[in-house]
Design a protein around this ligand. Structure first.
Ligand SMILES: NC(=O)c1ccc[n+]([C@@H]2O[C@H](COP(=O)([O-])OP(=O)(O)OC[C@H]3O[C@@H](n4cnc5c(N)ncnc54)[C@H](OP(=O)(O)O)[C@@H]3O)[C@@H](O)[C@H]2O)c1
Length: 255
C-alpha cells in the first residue's frame, strides 16, 4: 500500500531488464519504495540493476524468470509473486521489441512473433495481474505504449500496430476496473535513448529513460490515466493523428 504521502512502496516490473523501468525503479527508490521485483527472461542480466536498487535503499529486491512469449506460464509466475508479496502498488508492463521493419516485412513469421511478444504477451500478463489488484482493491498497472501507436508510420508499422493494440487494450482494461480501486496508466513516450534505440539516430524530441521515469512517477502521484513523455507530444499528436494520409506520409518520411 502506498504510504501516507502517496509514495509507491512496491513495484513488479514485467520486462525487468528495461532501461526505462530501471530508471523508474531508481527514482522510486529515492522516494522510499521498499520492494522491487524484476521479472524478465534472464535473472542474471537483471542483477546489476537489482544491486543498484539495493544500494539505493530498496530493502527487498528480487529477480524472477518471466517470458512474455510463454503466456501459459504467466498466471503461475504472477500468482507466485503475489503470494510472496501480498500487496503490490504498481505493476509495470515494460517489455517490448522494436524490430526492423524491412526484416519483418521479409519474414512474416518473425513479424507475428513480435506481435506475440508486444501485444499478446502484454494481454496475457496483464489479465493474470488483474485479479490480484481487484483483491487488493488498489494498485496501478502501467503500460508502456508509444507515440508509434498513436499514428502508425510506414517505417515501423508492425511495432506501431502492436502499440496501438496495446494502448487500446490498456484503455479498455482501465475502464473495466473503474470502481475496483485498481487503475491503469498508459505511458506514451516518443523517442527514448535506451538499449532499444541505441543503433538509431535520435528521433524528434528525443528524450532519456530518466526523463520518462520522472514523467511516470509524476503520473503515478497525480493519478493520471495517460502520460505523454515529453508532455509536449500530446498537442503534437492531437494534430498528427488527424492529418490526411498523404500529408502524414510526407511528415513521417521526413522525420
Ligand atoms: N526506447 C524508446 O524509444 C521507446 C519509446 C516508446 C515506448 N517504448 C517502450 O518502452 C518499453 C521499454 O523499452 P526500453 O526503451 O526500456 O527498452 P529496453 O531497455 O530494450 O527494454 C525492453 C525489455 O523488454 C524485454 N523483453 C523483450 N522480449 C521479452 C520477452 N519475450 N519476455 C520478457 N521480456 C522481454 C527485454 O529483455 P531482454 O533483456 O531479455 O532482451 C528488455 O529488457 C518497451 O515496451 C518499449 O516498446 C520505448
Amino acid at each position: 500500500m502506498r504510504d501516507a504521502l502517496g509514495s509507491v512502496q512496491s513495484i513488479l516490473v514485467l520486462g525487468g531488464g528495461s532501461d526505462i523501468a530501471a530508471a523508474t525503479c531508481e527514482l522510486l527508490a529515492a522516494d522510499r519504495c521498499r520492494t522491487v521485483i524484476l521479472a524478465g527472461r534472464d535473472p542474471d542480466a537483471m542483477e546489476p540493476t537489482a544491486q543498484r536498487l539495493r544500494a539505493a535503499g530498496v530493502t527487498t529486491v528480487e529477480t524472477v524468470r518471466f517470458d512474455a512469449d510463454a503466456p501459459e506460464s504467466h498466471a503461475e509466475v504472477i500468482d507466485g509473486v503475489f503470494s510472496h508479496h501480498s500487496d503490490i502498488d504498481v505493476v509495470m508492463v515494460a517489455f517490448g521489441i522494436l524490430g526492423n521493419q524491412d526484416e519483418l516485412s521479409a519474414d512474416p513469421a518473425a513479424a507475428a512473433r513480435l506481435v506475440g511478444t508486444n501485444f499478446s504477451g502484454a494481454v496475457s500478463a496483464a489479465l493474470a495481474v488483474v485479479p490480484h489488484l481487484r483483491r487488493q482493491a488498489h494498485g496501478t498497472l502501467v503500460f508502456m505504449s508509444s507515440v508509434a501507436g498513436e499514428r502508425v508510420r510506414a517505417d515501423n508499422f508492425v511495432y506501431g500496430s502492436t502499440k496501438a493494440g496495446l494502448d487500446a487494450f490498456a484503455q479498455g482494461l482501465g475502464d473495466s476496473l473503474a470502481g475496483s480501486g485498481a487503475s491503469v496508466m498508459v505511458v506514451r513516450p516518443g523517442f527514448v535513448r535506451t538499449s532499444m534505440t541505441a543503433h538509431m539516430e535520435d528521433g524528434p524530441m528525443a528524450t532519456t529513460a530518466e526523463a520518462v521515469a520522472a514523467d511516470i512517477i509524476a503520473g503515478l502521484r497525480s493519478g493520471a490515466h495517460t502520460v505523454w513523455s515529453p508532455a509536449k507530444l500530446r498537442p503534437v499528436f492531437m494534430v498528427l493523428r488527424h492529418l490526411p494520409r498523404p500529408l502524414w506520409r510526407k511528415v513521417a518520411a521526413a522525420r
